[in-house]
Ligand binder design. Structure first.
Ligand code: G3P
Ligand code: MG
Length: 413
């Protein structure tokens, strides 16, 4: 028993080091006795604590794989601890969000009782942090609890961030049906950088881009603001573009007048929450908005809603995730000479949602020629039947997913 408590003492030590993931220092592994390692490795036979660098890694979805709403899914901790003790790199890649990465990592560490680090953690909106062009502009951020997503955007470096509550508190007439929420919004609303002043548009609030960071809570207010902005002149709230409906113009003149660009961070129509049936996600809000857009642009469906969507299954998110995985892996094996001879060859994408995790893992053509293999678990959105996107394998839970992948990669070597 002494061995493992010393091992976990070392873990605590490492936890306090700057980088709070387990650095794959060979002697760390020697602190875990073969007995402990065997129990962690289950079916695979223990091997001497040589320090072979794995040419594979993992990307884990969160909701429906590691957590069910706030509760850890059984054996999730064992699966991740096994990889940490074997120095097999992994990242967490979720379409969730709504809080700063550091906060969610701390919550996950607390729930899963393993050390994690924001360098290995990607939320749906994390790639927005790279959109420098808007950091000096005024953006509207939707979704999440209260104004938490404003806080996230500010942490990414966006200087002027407005949330729907700010607009509603100052102009509640803009959406007459959320009066009952006025006090809720007053609790966190901030003064607007400019009032809505339709009489003098040049002095009126102008929004340069709209970001949906997380699942909107007040679909009515949020959809109204997005429509007002997409039908406006140059993103000036309270105005309407004279180009709208001009059939001689592209897209019938809609979104042709400097309106703000619209960004969604998560396409999930359904997600696995506490309820026994999947719940509508951010994709549900977008579909509803698409329906409204169709109605307000003539009802024929011949006017596109110009937007950019990231999140799984989209390429940009997988490209971003792979870069993160590579840099995390480089950190884990820092100073290991043999590292240059062991490029990352395979990534196992473990998810519960065929539409986002499996479709994304299957269709991602890595610029580094890494071979992404998708594994579908039955602890979330997908339960039974033939999934729309075919994974390499369907297993009961994340622990089985890891076991299957280790066998595929013939680990330990
Ligand atoms: O809102 C989060 C949900 O859409 C899915 O999250 O972790 O399963 O990608 P996740
Ligand atoms: Mg999921």
């Amino acid at each position: 028993m002494a061995t493992s408590s010393r091992a976990f003492g070392a873990l605590r030590l490492l936890e306090n080091s700057a980088h709070r993931t387990i650095a794959c220092i060979p002697h760390f592994r020697s602190l875990i006795s073969p007995i402990n390692r065997r129990s962690l490795l289950q079916s695979t036979k223990p091997s001497p604590p040589t320090s072979s660098i794995p040419d594979f890694a993992f990307a884990f979805d969160i909701d429906g794989v590691l957590l069910r709403s706030h509760d850890p899914i059984p054996r999730a901790r064992e699966a991740l601890s096994l990889l940490q003790s074997e120095c097999i790199p992994f990242i967490l890649l979720t379409n969730g969000g709504g809080k700063p990465e550091s906060e969610r990592v701390a919550e996950l560490e607390d729930k899963l009782k393993i050390p994690l680090d924001i360098s290995m953690f990607i939320q749906s909106h994390t790639p927005f942090a790279d959109l420098e062009e808007y950091k000096g502009k005024t953006i509207l951020v939707l979704g999440g609890d209260e104004d938490r997503c404003r806080f996230v955007a500010e942490q990414y470096g966006f200087k002027s961030v407005v949330v729907p509550g700010d607009i509603f508190v100052q102009h509640s007439e803009i959406w007459p049906f959320s009066e009952h929420l006025l006090n809720h919004y007053k609790a966190f609303a901030r003064p607007l950088p400019r009032p809505i002043n339709a009489a003098s548009p040049q002095d009126s609030l102008r929004i340069d881009a709209i970001f949906v960071y997380n699942d909107p809570r007040d679909w009515g207010l949020d959809a109204t603001l997005v429509l007002d902005l997409l039908l406006s002149q140059k993103g000036i709230l309270g105005t309407t573009s004279a180009m709208n409906g001009k059939t001689n113009l592209p897209n019938k003149g809609y979104q042709q007048d400097g309106q703000p660009k619209l960004y969604f961070s998560n396409p999930d129509l359904w997600w696995a929450a506490k309820y026994h049936l999947p719940r509508l996600g951010q994709g549900g809000f977008r579909e509803a908005l698409e329906g409204l857009w169709r109605a307000v642009t003539g009802g024929k469906g011949d006017v596109a809603l110009g937007k950019e969507i990231i999140g799984k299954p989209y390429y940009k998110t997988y490209e971003y995730a792979e870069k993160r995985l590579i840099s995390h892996r480089n950190y884990l094996f820092k100073g290991r000479d043999e590292m240059e001879n062991v490029p990352l060859k395979r990534v196992y994408m473990v998810g519960d949602n065929p539409e986002s995790d499996i479709r994304g893992g299957n269709s991602f053509k890595s610029p580094l020629r890494t071979d992404w293999n998708s594994i579908l678990v039955r602890t979330g959105v997908h339960r039974e039947g033939e999934p729309a996107w075919k994974p390499k394998v369907i297993v009961d839970d994340v622990h089985d997913a890891v076991q299957w992948a280790l066998q595929q990669s013939k680990w330990p070597k």
